[in-house]
Design a protein around this ligand. Structure first.
Ligand SMILES: [Zn+2]
Length: 263
């Protein structure tokens, strides 16, 4: 019997292709990548002309592409965070005052512009279905993400910052052509800063149509009364300091990202 292979996804980035392949293989599919060797030899010229094709047997086309569409972004985001060394394990004091054994050091991702671009491309793809003219990000971490998403989707970019404890647009931006916006934030647990940006935009008469997140650390419990597109949704274990086992074991407590107030 001849078994036909069909292409269900194309990649210009070999890391992304490998991640998608291992994701589907873990789910039990046989997966083949075409053009991979050719692309690694001539990546600069071959990338767009001969993308890496991810293929499965035709009878599994619907099932495999459905799975990749539903969970591929989460799997890739996790893989990029892992690859960039952003998934830290230890004993951390979070800005909420709770302790955790896991922390996501987003700066490690921003340090690699290509990895950051790859994530922004996924986020941009999710947000492209909304009608908006401007991408807003709160300083500092989300500035890079909002800028890159805006660049990919050919929208305007502006950012907000805290001034005297209040979230405001950076002075100097011309907001006269900003009517509808999406807000981008990197890693969100309670959504406090995102809500501040939403209010800040509404105060200027800007209609916020959606929120885009790199990582939703609440495990999908956030509610802004707006559509939320997050690349990865995870629930990070949290303990109140008095109930923390790591404290009882006497493990040194680390306070990472101490400049990120109000997350
Ligand atoms: Zn502790």
């Amino acid at each position: 019997m001849v078994r036909n292979l069909v292409t269900i996804a194309e990649f210009t980035d070999s890391f992304e292709a490998e991640v998608a392949k291992s994701f589907l293989e873990e789910a039990g599919f046989e997966v083949f990548l075409q053009n991979e060797r050719f692309q690694s030899m001539y990546s600069s010229i071959a990338g767009d002309m001969y993308p890496i094709e991810l293929q499965v047997y035709a009878e599994f086309e619907a099932e495999a592409s459905g799975l990749l569409n539903d969970q591929g972004d989460s799997y890739l985001t996790n893989a990029i965070l892992q690859e960039e060394g952003a998934l830290l394990e230890g004993h951390f004091l979070l800005t909420s005052g709770n302790h955790s054994n896991r922390y996501i050091e987003k700066i490690r991702v921003l340090q690699n512009p290509q990895a950051t671009h790859n994530l922004c491309e996924k986020l941009a793809h999710r947000l492209a279905v909304y009608d908006f003219d401007t991408v807003i990000g709160p300083a500092y971490g989300a500035i890079v993400l909002a800028f890159e998403v805006a660049r990919i989707l050919e929208k305007q970019f502006v950012f907000t910052q805290r001034k005297d404890e209040k979230m405001v647009f950076r002075s100097g931006f011309d907001l006269s052509n900003t009517k509808k916006a999406v807000i981008i934030e990197d890693i969100v647990s309670t959504g406090g800063s995102v809500s501040e940006v939403v209010n800040c935009a509404r105060d200027k008469g800007i209609d916020v149509v959606a929120i885009g997140l790199l990582v939703d650390r609440s495990g999908g419990k956030l509610d802004f009364g707006l559509p939320v597109e997050s690349l990865l949704s995870i629930e990070v274990p949290l303990w109140r300091p008095e109930e923390c086992d790591l404290c009882k074991q006497g493990l040194h407590l680390v306070k990472p990202g101490s400049s990120d107030k109000g997350k």
